[in-house]
Design a protein around this ligand. Sequence first.
Ligand code: MG
Length: 247
Amino acid sequence: MFTKNIDYYFKCTSFFYFEPLAALIDMDGTLYDSMPNHAAAWKEMMAEVGIDMPLDEFFRHEGRTGADTINRLFLKEFGREATEEEAKKLYHRKTVLFRKHPDPLTMPGAARMLETLKERNIKRVLVTGSAQSSLISRIDSDFPGAFSPEMRITAADVERGKPDPLPYIKAMSIAGVLPFQSIVIENAPLGVAAGFAARAFTIGVTTGPISEEELYESGAHVVFPSMNDLADKLPILLDELKTHRRS
Ligand code: MG
């Protein structure tokens, strides 16, 4: 079912086999249906400083750290980066606006996907550019036992966020695995690009306005139309990843 995708991965990386030992998993838009709230909070916060932006644009910044996003929007609108103080203040404002929205639900299929990984003894690492503590602290109650406390990379742990591969490279290092032992699960183009650059087998999932094509163009080795669909097919994908060799 996935041999074409796996061959494409071998072609991209020049690896000749794959050993699924760790899954490096994004949070927003992947485990939680939180992106509409994030995008709305970003839009509201930027409107307060006089920047009017289409809602969809924030989905394309997804994965960046807050400061990186703010700097880019400032550069575009004001021709300069934000000061450290401005960035801190504005990101804080964004987190306050985010919390005003109803709590986002977990993504249907996410728990089932994590169960399959657990059953197969595949390590799980949470890799998020977010510093939104309201959501990060919900992980343990929403997905009990899915991520041990040391298996988490958040905005505070990396100097450079996605699309830089650093968050995923760091995740590999804490899981003690190599790129050909790592699966990245992402919903955003910049997150997919980070997984690709880290040379992991990169799964894209469309859970918002970003199209399947856009995720393939960003470097996904396979794209699923929903987390439920990924959860359905993950056992087959894992079996094929384990057994398919480069020809
Ligand atoms: Mg995401």
